[in-house]
Every structure is written in structure tokens, then in C-alpha cells.
Design a protein around this ligand. Structure first.
Ligand code: ATP
Ligand code: MG
Length: 580
């Protein structure tokens, strides 16, 4: 592609809403442009990177006998009612009516659509397994789209769905996809981790996330320093051996109410009572109501007890209670209604709602909690004698320094960008949607399913978040829009252009795509743009160089400069590309 014939408009400054480097660079390089919050036009060079990544995905999935289809973006309400997700998905699902007042939504994910497709075709175990995928535009009405393609509203996803006759088969398919994902992300040459994860409201049990490591990542990961254990903090078991050591062997003391005027937070109470936060117990209040209409909210309150120094993990609460979404915290007024006091003075004694207790509290004795009366707390509170927890379990956030669940090693914290996700779904959707096949005995069975997503546009941006410098993007070779950026220093010089065109054709014919900067611009402008756009190799064709039989080749990543005789030019470019 010649720049003069292309559609590339670079910018000196990034717009104010671009907060992280990859977002700024994609906009500045003209790879994409915002149409509305979370909605972007992919420019031609941006699209080239996206298509290259899509083709890597296709290549690895086709090798594993996955079949590509393309499903609709607009789905009828009835389909989503079959699984209950029409309401369960909440506001993320964008719903609208057509001229006949029929309801539809934009596809946010395609479990329903694919299950409908398959239930109409696959009738026998002999046809199984089937693994079907698409690369398609998704729409999720994200509350807060941000960071460009990282959290968009409209974005490209690769989603695959597998159908097996039994669980063993489904888990085998899961492993194949897991390996396929490894192959895909290895080809990008980026730093990623595979972590245990939460299934969100897709449902299912076994699940892993593929996370690119980057400071700007929205996910917190905990990775063992000794084993290959790695988990998203949302599901990481909390085992901090030292802090929650076996309980002190002390006798139970009599319960006593004492005044704590204006002591609302754990930090205040810590100072006031001279008891460390870790030995205090806090009570948090939530609603188990999963409805999304705030006006019709039936409170369904429950309380959670934690050590004062611990942080609640809402995903663990969601999973303990079998909810499809994390619970909503009660407002101060709602807490007062339920417990009779401000949240800072509330506790479990005489509380008439379900109480879920973190296992960190189990080992404590004679502790302090709110007395459900403003400005008062109880001391010497003990579980069983003074209140009874409905259930005890792991409800707190694990943190860096905690014990690795598989060894005596420690956990280290990283930030990650979730680029891929594999789920074993079981028969959740096939049962709800009555999608069955006949097994070898002629008996109708629901399909065993799995689903597998890759955020295509998110990955392309995440790659840049991990691979850039102060001057611009450093594209991983596998998805670089062009491999070679050719700067022709004086495009009006016809003999120089003739040489440039010859090299351009030769490289192109060998499968090396070239962006030729043939603009009538100063060399400095061209070099700056070449650094910003970030193709792996920049070559400089100038009169002075050619007169002395020299072509300059600069590697974008290292900035290493090689000066080479024109005769050895093509071979050297190929060598450098093979190595980089
Ligand atoms: P997140 O937790 O980031 O909201 P998710 O777990 O809801 O994502 P999945 O349903 O697992 O997402 O979707 C599969 C993949 O699609 C994700 O791993 C991610 O890479 C990508 N993805 C999800 N939401 C977005 C979004 N709003 N913008 C861009 N990519 C997204
Ligand atoms: Mg996910």
C-alpha cells in the first residue's frame, strides 16, 4: 500500500478521553476512530491487524476441527426467554422493538442462538462431537465503556460452542480448545497467564481465563511463586496461614455492651478500642434480590461477617448463594430498616436475617461487633453462643503474600487483561432449551456443552498495551498491519521511486506486505510517523544512500540500524523479520 493511496491520518495529540497508552496510540495512529462511547470505526490499518489476528484464530481452530459459521446479531426475545437470560442479563443486553412491536436484542453472546441452530440439526450421537465458532460483532451495553477497544460496547469476539455426547467428551474438547488458545496466544509472542476464573452469569463449572499481563488491566491476578497455580482474585482461595492462625485458647467472657460514640469505620474503632482491625469483626449488608427493576425491589437482606482487616469478595458470596450476579449492597437507610442502626453500629447479635460468615472469623474469640444500636458495640462476642451463622465459608479476597493453595509458596499479584475465556458448560443450556440427541441406546440426552471466547479487538489493543515505547506502537510481527514501512525520502525523484517500486514489488511478491510512505513530507515527519505506526521494520530509500550503495534498515523494537548493499537488501529484510 502506498501512503498516497491509503487512508491514514495520524494525530500529534491523543483525545482527552484516551487514558492509557494503547488507546492513545491507536487513535493517534489513525487505526480507529470513535463514533460514540465504546463504539469505533476500525480504520484500514487497524482492520489489517484485526484480520491478521482473526486468521491466526481461524488457523488454530480449523486445525482442531472447529467449524466456522456466522450467526445473526439480532435475536428474538423468545429465544432468550427459554434460558431466562432475557431478564437475567440485565441492562447489558440492548433490547428494542421492531415495527410490529416484537422484542429483539443485540447478541451479547450466542449460547442461545447456537443451541437453537444445533437442536434443529444434530439428532444422533454419531454426529458428535461438533465444535462451531464464529468471528462476529457483539454488542454489550457496558455501563462504563473505557480504554478504547478494551471495554467497548460494540466489539469483535470469536466465540465457539462445543457439543459432546457426554462429560468425558466435553472435557476432552475443553482441553483441545485450551491448547488451541495457548497456540493462538503463543503466536502473538506476548506475556500471558492462564488463570482459574469465575463463570460469570454464563454458568458452568470448569473455566480458565487467558490474561495478558499489563498494568492497565482491569483484572487482579494472584500467581504462585512456586507452583503453576494462578487465579483471578475473584475466585482465588484465601489461605493466609499466619494471620488467621488457630484461635487463642482463651475462655469465653461474658457479653458486654459498651458505648462507641461516633465510631463508624473499622479504622475509627481500631483507634478507639485499641484492638487491631484484624481482631475486629465487621458486618456488611446485602440484598439477595436479583431483580433489575429498582422500583420493584424486594429487599431479601442478608449479612456477611468478616475480620476488620479483610475485604469482601462479592463473587464468592454470589457463588456461595448460587446467585447469577454479585449481590447489591444495602443503602444506609435499608440497613437501618433491617438492623435498627447505622451500618457502623451493626452486628450479628439478635439479627433476624441470614448471616454468612467468612472462615477467618471462626478462629476468633471474644471479639467486638456493632450492637445494632447507634453508638454502641458489644465486646466478648462469640459465634454459636451469641449468634448463629447460617453458613461459614471462604468469602474474603485473597491477597499478595497469602499462601499458595497447592504448596507452601506465596502468591504474587499481577494486573491482567482478559483476552480469552474457556468454559465447560455441562447441560445447562441444552436442558433449558430442550436440545437433545439420541444416544447409542436410543435414549434422548441433552448435549454436553462448552463455550470459548476470545476478545479479538480487545486482544489487538492489549498487544499494544504490552508492546509500545515513548515513540509509538511496536507491533508483534504476527499481527502487524504491514511488516515493512518503507520511507521514500524524495518521492518526486523518478529514478529513486523506480528503485523503491522495484523493492516494493519484490517484497510483496514474497508475501511481505509493505507500507510505502511516498508522501511529499520531510524525512523527520516520515520517521516520526513510522515510529508511531510501529511496523516491525523500517527501510529508508534515499538518494544519498543509493549513491553510496546503502539502504538503511531499522528494527522498530530495538531501533538497531543495519546498512546494507541494495543487492543484499531483500535477503536481509527477510532475515531480520524471521528473527524478530
Ligand atoms: P469482562 O469480565 O471483561 O466484562 P466477560 O467475562 O464478560 O468480560 P466473556 O463473556 O467471557 O467476557 O467474553 C469473551 C471475551 O470477550 C472476553 O474474554 C473478552 O476478551 C471479550 N470481551 C468481553 N467484553 C468485552 C468488551 N466490553 N469489550 C471488548 N472485549 C470484550
Ligand atoms: Mg469472561
Amino acid at each position: 500500500m502506498k501512503w498516497s493511496k491509503s487512508y491514514i491520518y495520524t494525530l500529534k495529540e491523543a483525545p482527552a478521553d484516551a487514558e492509557i497508552p494503547s488507546h492513545k496510540l491507536l487513535i493517534r495512529g489513525g487505526f480507529m476512530k470513535k463514533l460514540a462511547p465504546g463504539i469505533f470505526t476500525y480504520g484500514n490499518i487497524g482492520l489489517r491487524a484485526i484480520r491478521k489476528f482473526e486468521n491466526i484464530i481461524r488457523d488454530e481452530l480449523n486445525k482442531r476441527s472447529a467449524i466456522e459459521v456466522l450467526m445473526p446479531m439480532v435475536h428474538p426475545r423468545e429465544l432468550w426467554e427459554e434460558t431466562g437470560r432475557w431478564s437475567q442479563m440485565g441492562e447489558g443486553l440492548l433490547k428494542f422493538q421492531n415495527r410490529n412491536s416484537q422484542w429483539f436484542c443485540l447478541g451479547a453472546t450466542h449460547e442461545e442462538a447456537i443451541t437453537d441452530y444445533v437442536r434443529n440439526d444434530v439428532k444422533s450421537y454419531r454426529d458428535l462431537p461438533k465444535n462451531i465458532y464464529q468471528i462476529q460483532t457483539k454488542y454489550r451495553d457496558e455501563i462504563r465503556p473505557r480504554f478504547g477497544l478494551m471495554r467497548g460496547r460494540e466489539f469483535i469476539m470469536k466465540d465457539a460452542y462445543s457439543f459432546d455426547a457426554d462429560q468425558a467428551g466435553a472435557l476432552k474438547t475443553y482441553d483441545q480448545m485450551y491448547d488451541g488458545y495457548k497456540a493462538i496466544f503463543d503466536r502473538l509472542g506476548l506475556n500471558y497467564r492462564i488463570v482459574q476464573a469465575d463463570a460469570g452469569n454464563i454458568g458452568g463449572s470448569q473455566t480458565h481465563e487467558f490474561q495478558l499481563l499489563a498494568e492497565a488491566g482491569e483484572d487482579s491476578l494472584l500467581v504462585s511463586d512456586t507452583t503453576d497455580f494462578a487465579a483471578n482474585i475473584e475466585v482465588c482461595p484465601a489461605i493466609d496461614a499466619e494471620n488467621h492462625a488457630a484461635s487463642v485458647q482463651e475462655p469465653l467472657k461474658p457479653l458486654e455492651k459498651f458505648a462507641t460514640p461516633n465510631q463508624r469505620t473499622i479504622a475509627e474503632l481500631e483507634k478507639f478500642t485499641n484492638v487491631a482491625a484484624i481482631d475486629l469483626v465487621k458486618t456488611l449488608f446485602f440484598s439477595a434480590n436479583e431483580g433489575f427493576d429498582p422500583k420493584n425491589k424486594d429487599l431479601m437482606p442478608f449479612a456477611v461477617l468478616l475480620r476488620g482487616s479483610d475485604e469482601l469478595n462479592p463473587i464468592k458470596v454470589k457463588n456461595m448463594l448460587g446467585m447469577s450476579n454479585p449481590p447489591q449492597m444495602l443503602t444506609d437507610d435499608e440497613v437501618a430498616q433491617v438492623a435498627g442502626a447505622n451500618p457502623g453500629s451493626c452486628g450479628p447479635v439478635d439479627l433476624e436475617i441470614p448471616i454468612y460468615m467468612d472462615n477467618g472469623v471462626v478462629t476468633l474469640k471474644n471479639y467486638i461487633v456493632g450492637a445494632n444500636e447507634d453508638g454502641f458495640h458489644f465486646m466478648n462476642v462469640n459465634h454459636v453462643r451469641d449468634f448463629k451463622a447460617t453458613k461459614v465459608g471462604d468469602l474474603r479476597m485473597a491477597k499478595a503474600g497469602d499462601k499458595c493453595p497447592l504448596s507452601n509458596g506465596r502468591l504474587k499479584a499481577f494486573r491482567g487483561i482478559e483476552v480469552g475465556h474457556v468454559f465447560y458448560l455441562g447441560s445447562k443450556y441444552s436442558k433449558m432449551m430442550n436440545a437433545q440427541f439420541l444416544d447409542a441406546q436410543g435414549k434422548a440426552q441433552p448435549f454436553e456443552m462448552g463455550c470459548y471466547g476470545i476478545g479479538v479487538t480487545r486482544t489487538v489493543q492489549a498487544a499494544i498495551e504490552q508492546s509500545h515505547d515513548a515513540d509509538g506502537i511496536i507491533w508483534p510481527k504476527a499481527i502487524a498491519p504491514y511488516l515493512v514501512h518503507m520511507c521514500v525520502l524524495d518521492p518526486k525523484d523518478q529514478s529513486l521511486m523506480a528503485v523503491a517500486e522495484k523493492f516494493y514489488d519484490e517484497l510483496s511478491s514474497q508475501g511481505i506486505d509493505v507500507l510505502m510512505d511516498d508522501r511529499d513530507e520531510r524525512p523527520g515527519v516520515k520517521f516520526k510517523d513510522a515510529d508511531l505506526l510501529g511496523m516491525p521494520v523500517r527501510v529508508v530509500i534515499g538518494k544519498r544512500g543509493l549513491d553510496s550503495n546503502e539502504i538503511e534498515i531499522v528494527q522498530r523494537k530495538t531501533k538497531a540500524v543495519t546498512k546494507i548493499h541494495p543487492e543484499r537488501f531483500i535477503g536481509t529484510v527477510k532475515e531480520i523479520l524471521a528473527l524478530s
